[in-house]
Design a binder for this molecule. Sequence first.
Ligand code: BT5
Length: 253
Amino acid sequence: MITILGHKVVFKIEMDSTNNKAKELAKEGGEEGILVITRKQTNGKGRLGRNWQSPKGSNILMSLILRPQLQPEQFCQLSIVSAVTLCEVLQDVTGLEAKIKWPNDIVINGKKVCGILIELCTDVHNDYCAILGIGINVNVPHFPKSLPYATSLYLEGGTTYKKEIIIEQFLKCFEKEYKTFQSTKNILFLKKRYEKNCITLHKTVKLIKGQDEIIAHAYDITDNGALCVQYSDGSKEMIGHGEVSVRGLYEYS
Ligand code: BT5
């Protein structure tokens, strides 16, 4: 039963970014669970200053205001909780083999179908909020040449999908996982499900940090969601979200 998430929906046909709008509302004191949705973004944002492109109408573009009872440094684990939930919801709704590319891209057949962007902000009372932004390519029939590694549910499944059903399912399932996460304060409760669906684990990957690229073997994720890698000289490192980009050697970036 949905009790909090999506209890109030703010919809506008066009926005610069649903994350920006949700952040603006949160800063003014907007309560937990407000869902911001649009049909078109003029300045859709990805992580690390990248952009998110989406043609009008065919896709899900949404952001949730969250006010978790957590330390700010635990907020990034929300991306793991949301990635597992989204991956499973997309599998259930479409029957397609959705998978997670660490930390939180959802891919199908090696191409990206969904991106997640979590941003932190403080409101007028200096309380922390997290903005959970989600872009899902649902019914888009083709992508520009600049996005060779993007795909949509339509392209993979050969049929159109109802966006409302995906959103509803996600809110219902995420609310449950979000509550558990707040009570346990770590991602142990869904680590096995993350591992089962993660295409990065137990693979040789390329780590990209600025201009530097280094090959490593991804052998585990920590209880906080960091990726454990081992280099060819045997040394090991834990990679946190947002520190580097991780790419498979053969699949998309
Ligand atoms: C993400 O960033 O994947 C997070 C994307 C979050 C988008 C949502 S939409 C609703 C909410 N409001 C916002 O303003 N943002 C959130 P990142 O991992 O940095 O991936 C960005 C990269 O993915 C880009 O540099 C492109 O290469 C690629 N890309 C852009 N648009 C794409 C699309 N529609 N499908 C697949 N890949 C895309």
